[in-house]
Design a protein around this ligand. Structure first.
Ligand code: ATP
Ligand code: MG
Length: 251
């Protein structure tokens, strides 16, 4: 699937989601351009993770429509497979397979679901491990790496699937402070290469310097959004002001 230049690569229209009686997403409307870098922030429980998990169909929605690179996610399971191949995701917990080496972690999915040969998968894995600056760790097991290194493996592993879009859900919040920068630097590199990125993060320095747009969620809704300078310097909604006040006083 491809998206014409004038069409958004991701489109959420009137998205609503419930867990039982609890409405977790309410009337979410969002268009993302190819190459756009979006940071999503907001209080705990506001629906940030749920929203981005809906974009690669880790979660189903009950109302509205989500289209990713021309594929309607409300469609059949084939549509879901198509989208999963185009959307990479990196979580707070790295979710590496502990019994596989770093190299094997990166080779597995491209061989299984992209049909790459062992040699092709290995070449690609080394390319992206080099890109995240840990090619020398390829033969180790995840437990032998630092948290920051493991998260960079998780990013390399996602990139090995050649995704058009990368989703990040608080990729640095489980890391010790001294390892945050190396992961953010990797993400900055991806942004500079033109990757379409949606990042849930409270790293406001990253948001300011990398994001094209910052989205603020509260109570399952998008309350406010704008370019970082405008968003941080003159937030309009009281909930945004309160949230930014708390975040900034913690840093
Ligand atoms: N599987 C689930 N079943 C029921 N409720 C859920 C489930 N997953 C999330 N929720 C609820 O949905 C709401 C939104 O959760 P979500 O994880 O999307 O929030 P978040 O903005 O990512 O929060 P955080 O900043 O803490 O990660 C929360 O109230 C949460 O308790
Ligand atoms: Mg979350």
């Amino acid at each position: 699937m491809t998206t014409p230049a004038d069409q958004p690569i991701i489109r959420l229209q009137g998205v609503e989601k419930w867990y039982g009686n609890f409405q977790v997403l309410t009337d979410i409307n969002l268009d993302v351009r190819a190459g756009e870098r979006i940071v999503i922030c907001g209080p705990s429980g506001s629906g940030k993770s749920t929203m981005i998990r809906c974009i690669n169909r880790l979660e189903a929605i009950q109302k509205g429509r989500i289209t990713v690179d021309g594929t309607d996610l409300t469609g059949d399971s084939k549509a879901i497979d198509t989208v999963r191949k185009e959307v990479g995701m990196v979580f707070q917990q790295f979710n590496l397979f502990p019994h596989l080496t770093i190299l094997e972690n990166c080779m597995l999915a491209p061989m299984r679901s992209r049909g790459l040969s062992k040699e092709e998968a290995q070449e690609r894995a080394m390319k992206y491990l080099t890109r995240v600056r840990i090619p020398d760790q390829a033969g180790k097991y995840p437990s032998q790496l630092s948290g920051g290194q493991q998260q960079r493996v998780a990013i390399a592993r996602a990139l090995c699937m050649a995704p058009k879009i990368m989703l990040f859900d608080e990729p640095t919040s489980a890391l010790d402070p001294e390892m945050v920068k190396e992961v953010l630097d990797t993400m900055i590199g991806l942004a500079e290469d033109g990757m379409t990125m949606l990042c849930v993060t409270h790293e406001m320095g990253f948001a300011r310097s990398v994001a094209d747009r910052v989205i603020f969620m509260a109570d399952g809704k998008i309350i406010e959004q704008g370019p970082p300078a405008e968003f941080f310097d003159s937030p309009r909604h009281p909930k945004t002001q309160q949230f930014l006040g708390q975040i900034l006083s913690n840093h």
